[in-house]
Design a protein around this ligand. Structure first.
Ligand SMILES: [Zn+2]
Ligand SMILES: [Zn+2]
Length: 129
């Protein structure tokens, strides 16, 4: 049982690392199911929750839905308030700067997630009209 759980988790993680769509649990389930027909949506949820708790993946709430991403230590997100689109920014130095400059003695930060909210290009163009 433990063994099977592990291979399912690896599969989920592998899938997340290879997509840039910030999928929902449902989308992940549909994909992972192709290779692991026995997997259930509940298992996917449980594994995602676990991975998110460990900090291996990140979980974002967008329009009341959870979206997942493999690793956000060195990339940032912009979430559109209108349509819920998630855009990746790859400004590693920005994340590194925060990690280097955060003042704390009780905690050793290893990762930072940065989320900007606003409007995506498409929605900001619509709003102009
Ligand atoms: Zn938008
Ligand atoms: Zn991302």
């Amino acid at each position: 049982m433990t063994q099977r759980m592990t291979s399912q988790r690896i599969k989920i993680l592998h899938y997340l690392k290879n997509v840039h769509t910030h999928p929902t649990a449902e989308m992940i389930f549909q994909e992972v199911k192709k290779d692991l027909p026995a997997i259930t949506l509940a298992t996917v949820y449980r594994n995602l929750h676990l991975l998110a708790e460990q900090g291996t993946i990140s979980q974002m709430e967008v329009n009341k839905e959870y979206r997942y991403d493999a690793n956000t230590c060195y990339h940032q997100h912009g979430i559109c308030d209108e349509c819920g689109k998630i855009v990746d920014f790859h400004q590693e130095e920005l994340s590194q700067h925060l990690l280097d400059n955060i003042k704390t003695e009780e905690f050793k930060p290893e990762c930072v997630s940065i989320t900007f909210t606003g409007l995506c290009k498409k929605c900001s163009e619509v709003n102009k009209k």
